[in-house]
Write a protein that binds this ligand. Sequence first.
Ligand SMILES: N[C@@H](CCC(=O)N[C@@H](CS)C(=O)NCC(=O)O)C(=O)O
Length: 203
Amino acid sequence: MITIYNFPRGARGIRVFWVCEEMGLPYACEAVGYPPSAAYRALNPVGSVPFLTDDHGAAINESVAMMLYVAERYGPTPLLPAKTDPAFARVMQMTVFGEAALGAYMNPLMMAKFAAPEGQKVNWLTGALENRLGDAVNFVATVLGDQQYLAGGTFTLADISVSTAFDMWTGALGKAVPAALTAWQERVKARPAYTRAAAAQQR
Ligand SMILES: N[C@@H](CCC(=O)N[C@@H](CS)C(=O)NCC(=O)O)C(=O)O
């Protein structure tokens, strides 16, 4: 059984729930408190969520690694095309992009917004990060173009990774995404697997 440890309403666990739901895989959710307990830190010394374990001996952090792992280990699945498929490179790129170029840069902005002392919430670095993220968000619109999904006509891990990063951008950070991405956002969130994953995210 796949077990996913997450903060209730944690922003990244939904990536893994969503992959499992799309693939029809059973999984268990384990709620992690904040700050994480010593027992959780023994499992994941970094103390971050999500964290995944399974019966094959996996015990890993990093949400995008979990998505790729589940798709590979429990696939095949259309979420991750075969390496000979022309869409494969784009899926790999945009799946990683969702965290490396989007989510990871949002963390310091969320820390500044919610944890920095008054008077230190806005500074040179927050401005630089917002500019960089704005460019990255616009790049997603360029990649999408007039396609249905980020890697073409098929919904993939790339759509899950990037759309969940956008939820942090528009939710916790209160920013906007280009209108060119609205129809795509609505399309991916209309999926029944998303609805089930969003319910799991509340646990
Ligand atoms: N790159 C990591 C980021 C993990 C991360 O920052 N998770 C947040 C919650 S969504 C967290 O654990 N925040 C609490 C902390 O870092 O102390 C991933 O994709 O899993």
